[in-house]
Write a protein that binds this ligand. Sequence first.
Ligand SMILES: [Zn+2]
Length: 470
Amino acid sequence: MSQPVDSAVSAVRTFIEQHRAVFLDDLAEWLRIPSVSAQPDHAPDVRRSADWLAAKLKETGFPTTEVWPTPGAPAVYAEWPSADPGAPTVLVYGHHDVQPAAREDGWDTDPFEPVVRGNRLYARGAADDKGQVFFHTLGVRAHLAATGRTTPAVHLKLLIEGEEESGSPHFRDLVEQHADRLTADAVIVSDTGMWSEDTPTVCTGMRGLAECEIRLFGPDQDIHSGSFGGAVPNPATAAARLVAALHDEQARVAVPGFYDGVVDLTDRERELFAALPFDEDRWLRTARSHGTLGEAGYSTLERVWARPTAEVNGIGGGYQGPGSKTIVPSSATVKLSFRLVAGQDPEHVANAVRAWVPGHLPDGIRHEISFSPATRPCLTPLDHPALQSVVRAMGRAFGKPVLFTREGGSGPAADLQDVLGAPVLFLGISVPSDGWHAPNEKVELDLLLKGVETSAHLWGDLAEHWRHAP
Ligand SMILES: [Zn+2]
């Protein structure tokens, strides 16, 4: 049984070894394009990055490559159908734009002049996300070479957006506009990481996000605290009481209805999370916090990955200048964000918050609440066949067991899940030390090539274990 596995693994490795130098040169060429979507003067570079990628995907063998315009930066779409009509369709998501970077931010070298030091490639976008998009190009070629196929074992589609680092303002519209081209049985997001160099993991979900601003209004202007204070409601006090009421003694969110629909962790997931080599002291140092605090009954990892939360992002109002100003302020503001987990509906949460606020305000305090557009949560169950394929492919590449994580943050992947109705899986080889959004971003070359290998094994495995019923 193990013989064919070994020969497939070594055929893939041989191919990658033969093509590794050109692959890294090509990636370096792409990294030299400063595709910073947040900075308007880099707009031509973001377009150049899209064109560069589309041309490279064509060269890789994708028969269809297109640059899709948006009101902002363009996305790249590519498609490579399988000759096998019953094959599943997989859509790979990533992004070709990068975070801003300048030498004076603390980079040791020019962020847009890639350099290899030791076994690391340093450049803005090396890990987030150009490296992790690009490993699929060599991956699909290794897949073909190792299996003797001329088309991939799955119908392969790529959607690489150009505005992820700017909050993906046009992504949902883009996906809706092209929904019939993008249909897929599964979405593979290649814009995440794994636990550590030694512990390969697959991420199974991301939390969603709902954010609001609550403005509280008292007197029509700041008024004298001696003449009026103590006899009229103070909006700053009201803000403090509102915020204090947000959690109960168990650090659970006290908004009625907030937990409606929440998909609980399974015992198996809790066991697997607990199997990760988690060092809480180290985590605290990374967090730069001086203690842990969260919902009773859950571990730190469970709290950040699998439980919904409410956070006070800011609270303000009244006089905050030097010395004193004895007033009852006229207004106060609270900014809240809610991380949501699978089963929670952002609209339902927003309505629950809207219904909860007035009951915690005294008469004479008027309020306004505004929610920004929400991001939905996504989660793929551990036993999903496509997830199992990712785990097997990664296991073959790394030669060790693959564990599971989730992502506490939120991202546009959920739009793909919503619009396309396909499960979202996360495949990433980046590690926490890669320095996303920070100076000296890098990717570990060994891991990058493991990403190529994983991609090379994945398509065949998916086709074998997850065929369409005729
Ligand atoms: Zn990214």
